[in-house]
Ligand binder design. Sequence first.
Ligand SMILES: [Mn+2]
Length: 231
Amino acid sequence: MSRVERFAINKQGRDYAVGDIHGHFQRLLAQMAAIGFDPAVDRLFSVGDLVDRGPECPQALQWLEQPWFHAVQGNHEALAVTHVSGGWLDYSQYRAAGGGWFLDLPASEQARFAERFARMPLALEIATPGGPVGLVHADCPCASWLQLCEQLQAQVPQALQDYCQWSRHRLQVDDDRPIAGLRALIVGHTPLHEVRVLGNIWHIDTGGWSRGHFSLLALDNLSLANATAGE
Ligand SMILES: [Mn+2]
């Protein structure tokens, strides 16, 4: 099965992207309300990491059922899947990263989350008036989007999935080479004080789950949506 999910252009409403959520759905809802998000016509695309660290992690399953909400699998969803499938994990690191709520669930509950998380795509592609916008959790290891998408068609090599979900290399070395075939690639994973753009790669985890704020990036004009105070 393909691990890329594609979306046609949104002719009725607006599309937004959001960074890591980490169990803070109420804070996110407040931010969405502040910009006038309309679930009847608007869509919200998430870079993943819906769970761990915050108080509302179990709500991830309800969010994933919403027709206006779409998310790639982050490294934290991958950790849950790995735990249930019996793969190797550094459990002290997993707990330190907020996975305790999951590890302390009954096995049947863990299985329910892992089954849903395993079905999350590794990449999203959204058509916009200015060209396609891509989303992965951390980074794209290929120079072109097409190249990545081709490798996500079949059995995905673990090293490729790990790079997409864990890499911070681009930020560490200030790599500003663009990803060919995309108007913009949107990623999270590394919390920053402000949105950072390198080439056409937008890093949008501004720590809404921590002490920062959620940045809602409008995909039609690649602008940060601001609260419409007074409306
Ligand atoms: Mn992450």
